[in-house]
Design a protein around this ligand. Structure first.
Ligand code: SF4
Length: 271
């Protein structure tokens, strides 16, 4: 049984400074012009990130999450696509910082099994993962663009349905948790535990950066963590249904994403 700890309270953050431009309009999707508030990477913050990254390199993920939740309070958030690593982090957050706001980028193209997992998280952990969506429905978006954009320009589709939605979702936030692992791909090989995400102007915390796939699944089995049943059907990495296929024996675990395109990342974890 999970016993939530006393609610951590975010410390005062003397090192952080938010820049708020005067009444900049916030727009979404195709003409989204970017976040209206950005955390500034001061020299002090840069030093702190470097220090904590070094200190936490060999720490357990729970300790890393606890540090982030105490350091940033409600300005610490997590985005999840309910992958195995994300489910491990949700399980850990339920124990060490259950008040952390968690959201899912609901592109409109997610598998029904993925959406059902959100309900399972609510049942099992009492955590309501918030959907964040583009302003346009899938139907409107495809009508505006003369058909499914994922077929012709998946970079643009990911930009509109994921990246720009995340930019808006993290307005006012100072740090976010990601579930990436270094051994997932060359793009992720040098991911720090605590780093600066210059794309979104946030402190990025990756508690599982130095975990392996085997370690993730061992944790899931040991703690009976819920997971997407599509993993049992050969889907090693799951994103939107039009851009995900099961992989064959010997294939890279992310080979089923954007198969047929040179694309390997949705743009959330690239600078
Ligand atoms: S993964 Fe595919 S369907 Fe989903 S946002 Fe990216 S291109 Fe569009």
């Amino acid at each position: 049984m999970l016993i939530p700890p006393a609610r951590p309270v975010g410390r005062e953050l003397p090192l952080l400074r938010l820049v708020v431009p005067p009444s900049e309009p916030i727009q979404q999707t195709n003409n989204f012009s970017g976040p209206s508030q950005k955390l500034v990477l001061t020299d002090d913050l840069k030093s702190e990130i470097s220090r904590e990254n070094e200190r936490l390199e060999t720490a357990e993920p729970q300790e890393i999450l606890r540090w982030a939740a105490e350091r940033f309070g409600q300005k610490f958030t997590m985005a999840t696509a309910f992958g195995p690593e994300g489910m491990v982090l949700i399980h850990m957050l339920a124990e060490v910082a259950p008040q952390t706001p968690i959201f899912n980028l609901d592109t409109g193209y997610q598998f029904k099994e993925t959406l059902e997992l959100r309900e399972e998280v609510k049942r099992r952990y009492g955590i309501e993962v918030e959907y964040k969506r583009a302003a346009t429905s899938v139907e409107e978006y495809e009508r505006q663009n003369g058909g499914p954009v994922y077929r012709t320009n998946p970079d643009q589709c990911c930009l509109h349905r994921k990246v720009q939605v995340l930019e808006k979702a993290v307005i006012g936030k100072e740090a976010w948790a990601s579930a990436i692992r270094r051994d997932q791909s060359p793009d992720r090989a040098s991911a720090p535990i605590v780093g600066w995400d210059k794309k979104f102007s946030l402190v990025k915390v990756s508690p599982l950066a130095n975990w392996t796939k085997q370690k993730v699944w061992a944790f899931i089995t040991k703690h009976n963590v819920p997971y997407n049943p599509l993993h049992d059907q050969g889907y090693t990495s799951i994103g939107c249904w039009p851009c995900t296929r099961a992989v064959g024996i010997g294939e890279d675990e992310r080979a089923g994403r954007w198969s047929g395109f040179a694309k390997t990342e949705c743009g959330l974890h690239t600078s």
